[in-house]
Design a protein around this ligand. Structure first.
Ligand code: 3HC
Length: 328
């Protein structure tokens, strides 16, 4: 590198650092370190992939919802998740990658999605547990991301968080209905909470001392809080909610710690977490296989939309519009 480029890069770096330090936003056209760009693409891709893979567990119950009202709510929620994926792919594309490239990496197993979506939805109560716990954990993790240093990501989060609040409330209400229903319905709700509680705590990532990316992500103000801090915050939110639900959280070590000002809780099975990350979770293969086949089956729609768009661009360039369309 010549002396000039070293000096120029140093000046750009100083502007980048000052912008982040001042809690201002880095925008797509701003200079940014390659590693900052790479970390954002990694995290935003994982986030987007999680949204679209996350459609599968609940979609499994759309045809079997117990009422038209519940079916309509669940359809709206699953549709929202698809939209969240699209916002996040669009935000990731501002970093110079493409949706196609990210989806290819997901389908090839070269990019991750959240561990939580590799668990099965065995009963209708799972739809409630996912809304209350999984979307609740997502909100706890995503609200700080509204203050992320990268503008497009932070702005995508604002709208996503508003919709997640509906997702969490509908799940909570579903569980409350079951919990106050027949003994069998109460048991179904308790069983779902037993199965989804610990995997929901794993959503926040490994313990801080094993987190490969946290220190740098927090220095760049991509992450505003550590994995353990957000996990603790989530536990503190859930404990009183579980009481109102009349359901117990499956952790005998869970208790308020006056001194520390939050709940202590039992050990998380990080071996299970790592196995799921390696692809050995209950549903990893099924989720990716379904994603790949949905992508293949949808190819004709993408091709048709691209052809239609190209035809319109050509007509605009030539100034001639298809007479049939003109009268349409
Ligand atoms: N699932 C899968 N992989 C995970 C994970 C999880 N729950 N938690 C951590 N990892 C991976 C990381 O990707 C990293 O692996 P990599 O280097 O191969 O990418 C490794 O474990 C080390 O973890 P770190 O803590 O160092 O990684 P991060 O700094 O990226 O922190 C995170 C992990 C907290 C999940 C962070 O990436 C994040 O905040 N992501 C954005 C939010 C998100 O993805 N939320 C969950 C899914 S969205 C959702 O639930 C939608 C809702 O509508 C249901």
């Amino acid at each position: 590198m010549t002396a000039v480029t070293v000096d120029t890069t140093a000046r750009y770096e100083a502007v980048f650092d000052a912008t982040v330090a001042a809690d201002e936003r880095i925008e797509p056209r701003d200079w940014m370190p390659d590693a900052y760009r790479a970390t954002l693409i990694r995290q935003m891709a994982q986030h987007a992939h999680s949204e679209i893979i996350g459609m599968q567990p609940e979609a499994n119950w759309i045809t079997r919802a117990p009422s038209l009202r519940r079916k309509a709510i669940l359809m709206a929620k699953v549709q929202d998740e698809a939209g969240h994926g699209l916002y996040l792919y669009s935000a990731a594309e501002t970093l110079g990658t493409s949706r196609e490239e990210l989806l290819d990496k997901l389908h090839a197993g070269r990019q991750r999605y959240s561990s939580i979506f590799n668990y099965p939805t065995l009963t209708w109560a799972d739809v409630g547990a996912i809304g209350w716990l999984v979307d609740g954990a997502a909100i706890t993790n995503q609200v700080p991301l509204c203050r992320c240093s990268y503008g497009p990501y932070a702005r995508a989060m604002v709208r996503i968080c508003k919709e997640e609040s509906f997702h969490q409330r509908q799940g909570y209400e579903l569980l409350l209905t079951l919990s106050r229903g027949t003994p069998a319905q109460h048991e179904m709700a308790q069983d779902a909470v037993n199965r989804w509680w610990w995997p929901s705590l794993m959503m926040f990532g490994p313990p801080d001392d094993e987190s490969a990316h946290s220190a740098q992500s927090m220095a760049w103000k991509i992450k505003r809080h550590s994995n353990d801090e957000l996990r603790r915050r989530f536990v503190d939110i859930c404990v009183p909610q579980a009481k109102v639900l009349g359901l117990t959280l499956p952790d005998p070590d869970l208790r308020w710690n006056e001194e520390r000002g939050h709940h202590d809780f039992g050990p998380i099975d990080w071996t299970e977490f790592q196995e799921v990350l390696k692809g050995n979770g209950p549903c990893n293969e099924q989720r990716l296989a379904q994603r790949r086949s949905a992508h293949e089956e949808g190819a004709w729609v993408r091709d048709a939309a691209a052809a239609y768009a190209e035809k319109h661009r050509a007509e605009e360039r030539s100034g001639h519009q298809d007479p049939q369309e003109a009268t349409a």
